[in-house]
Ligand binder design. Structure first.
Ligand code: AHR
Length: 334
């Protein structure tokens, strides 16, 4: 918009000027500031960043949104926020709008891995850096995005599987609540978990289905698992804490004790998961840190300053189980 409005007088008074002169190309950025300083204090023009978020499906997602919004505010960055409500088409629309507005950079949390090439190509043509946060994309040319800041989801799935195999003595039937179909964390967490279980032939996944990373769907799918397999279920592996919390409800409503009759392991490390561990209803959570705001804006500022960035920054995660939950719950930040 800024670029388009600045073209209006020219369009009105010199109608024969070629329209191409008014294409909303990204202006050369003059806001590059050293890390940790406020752009406002160093230059007249505010950095404008578009953030395309997946939605608000989980407490993890809300924590990530808050982290990015509060970091933008702290650094004096104008943030254009768009919630895609789980739809890739909404994210593509938002990205096209950011590009048309001539933002200085885009932060994208992509809902699924594929289907991003055309819009990323457009951003690249306009020289708008795209910082991927939380989830990766599959593209033929990785110069289509600037950098990816995310956890290693395969490692998270592996840690969950190893923890569970140890807890169950290498034996037992597991049901799996998968994340959103086609999303990097759903694909990779499944892969990592299966890798860990492959070392334990007496551990089997007897049912698997998507619970779409939400508590409501996690509960609904767990109810169906319990109806189909009942007493055969010894453990639940949920790709996120919200689905595990939904499963806990379903297990209780079926008259069983979650965390005792059925062992539950999930991923994220949100406050609700720690509360459930302290209550003895969840056995283990593998942390996936959503507080990506500071790293995302460090990357934005470096990218607009023309600095080289690593292609991939892996966020460190660790395992928390009931044995430590009480001691660390007070320190949890999300
Ligand atoms: O991409 C990260 C995943 O997405 C989190 O594990 C989940 O809670 C979220 O919705």
């Amino acid at each position: 918009m800024r670029r388009l409005t600045s073209c209006l007088p020219a369009l009105i008074f010199v109608p024969l000027l070629p329209l191409v002169g008014c294409t909303p190309e990204r202006p050369a950025n003059t806001n590059a500031t050293p890390q940790g300083t406020t752009p406002e204090k160093n230059s007249a023009k505010k950095l404008v960043v578009g953030f395309s978020q997946i939605g608000a499906e989980s407490s993890w997602r809300t924590a990530e949104t808050n982290s990015i919004q509060s970091e933008a505010e702290k650094r004096g960055v104008e943030l254009k926020f768009s919630d895609a409500q789980q739809k890739q088409e909404n994210q593509v629309k938002a990205l096209n709008a950011f590009i048309a507005q001539g933002v200085d950079a885009i932060i994208l949390a992509p809902v699924v891995e594929t289907g991003w090439e055309p819009v990323l190509k457009k951003a690249k043509e306009r020289k708008i850096p795209v910082i991927l946060v939380d989830r990766g994309v599959k593209v033929s040319d990785d110069s289509l995005y600037t950098t990816l800041i995310a956890s290693d989801f395969v490692a998270e799935g592996r840690m969950a599987g190893e923890w569970l195999a140890k807890k169950m003595g290498g034996k037992g039937n597991v049901v799996e609540l998968q994340g959103t179909a086609g999303a990097a964390p759903a694909i990779d967490r499944k892969k990592g978990f299966e890798e860990a279980l492959a070392k334990h032939p007496d551990m089997k996944i007897i049912q698997t289905q998507t619970g779409e990373f939400t508590r409501a769907k996690g509960k609904e799918v767990m109810e169906a698992f319990l109806k189909a397999k009942g007493d055969d279920i010894q453990a639940v592996y949920a790709h996120n804490d919200d689905m595990a919390l939904g499963a806990i409800q379903a297990i209780e409503e079926a008259g069983k004790k979650p965390g005792k009759d059925i062992v539950i392991v999930s991923i994220d490390g949100v406050k609700g998961a720690f509360e459930a561990m302290v209550a003895g209803k969840l056995n283990c959570t593998v942390e996936c840190n959503p507080l990506l705001g500071p790293a995302a804006f460090d990357a934005v500022q470096k990218a607009v300053a023309g600095e080289e960035l690593p292609k991939n920054t892996v966020v460190e995660d660790k395992v928390f189980d009931q044995s430590v939950a009480k001691d660390v719950i007070g320190e949890r930040k999300y």
